[in-house]
Design a protein. Sequence first.
Length: 380
Amino acid sequence: MPRRSLPQGPWQTPEPAPPTVSYVDPYRDRNGFGRNTSDERRMLRIINQRIAAKPTLEDVMDFLFLEAPTLIPCDRMSLAFIEEDGRRIVAHQVRTKYDQLQLTPGYTEDLHNSSLAAVLETGTPRIIGDLATYAAEHPQSRSTERLLREGVRSSLTCPLVVEGRVLGFMFRNTLEPNAYTRRHVELQMSISERLSQAVEKAWRIEQLEEVNRAYLEMLGFVSHELKSPVASMVTDAQLLAGGYLGELSSTQKLKLERLIHKGEYLLELVREYLDLARVEGQELHAEFKPNVRLEDDVIAPSIELVRPQFDERGMSVEIDSSHTPRAMADCDPTLLRIVFVNLLTNAARYGREGGRVVVRIAAERTRVTVRVWNEGRGFT
């Protein structure tokens, strides 16, 4: 007698619930990879090409958040980087389809005893099917609590790996539970290498820009603090040279005049440092002056500023303008003096002790050439 199948009923054993947290390694079983459809292959190719062309993290995130949901569901996308030698994770970029943001850029959390530690150690993507269940099992997770307040229910975390090193994580979240599968991990890993390289490059550039901004702020502060005392020193020296405290010998006047020239150069240098931030912002423009006498207004003052270095090494300095005795140019003399002080300083530093330094000026129809020559071994 054939055995009859029992009707479906509530007394039957239910299907097991999916695990709250799972770590998916799509490379463990390569045969398990799903075959990409033609549309998926086309979209993955476009994504990889576009990611490589995006210069900033904002551009990368904007593109992925707009384009990737066609392949992988996403209501929230974020980037976080590992800092403090792998001890902490810092949220950096966030994109959402909603406004009630609770976990914001700058949020930090320890990696110790976090399920992210396993992602960091193995480089394996992580899926959290139901954040509410995960929060009940991990009540110490502050980030999960914040995400739940945003309405997030599921999460896909993929490590950003460059040359075997995990530099951070990309998080995809949805407002529906159990939204992510192994297939979504495979699709994410198809763009992971290019994405990780682009993200690291853009992040390093941002870090350098931040360091540069901090440097410029410090430079501006120090320059501003130097400006007043240097100006006061120049004024005092001018008063002394003018005989305010009595007559001076010719040697004393000469020393004071050199001191004044050096102080004025320092003041100009301070002004250039204060303007350096404007250079970075492409706001500084050269102040061209017509018919600047190169020998009198640029070369000679520059030599006087470096004169002590030449004297210390017993080097002689001369200006050869025999072919063009009165060479003039439309230029910014202050900026040119900075250039020539640098060239002359190098001549004094790397030239032969007791040798000669010659500054040659030659003018043609529409241009003036100035060369700084010194005796020495030169550079190889």
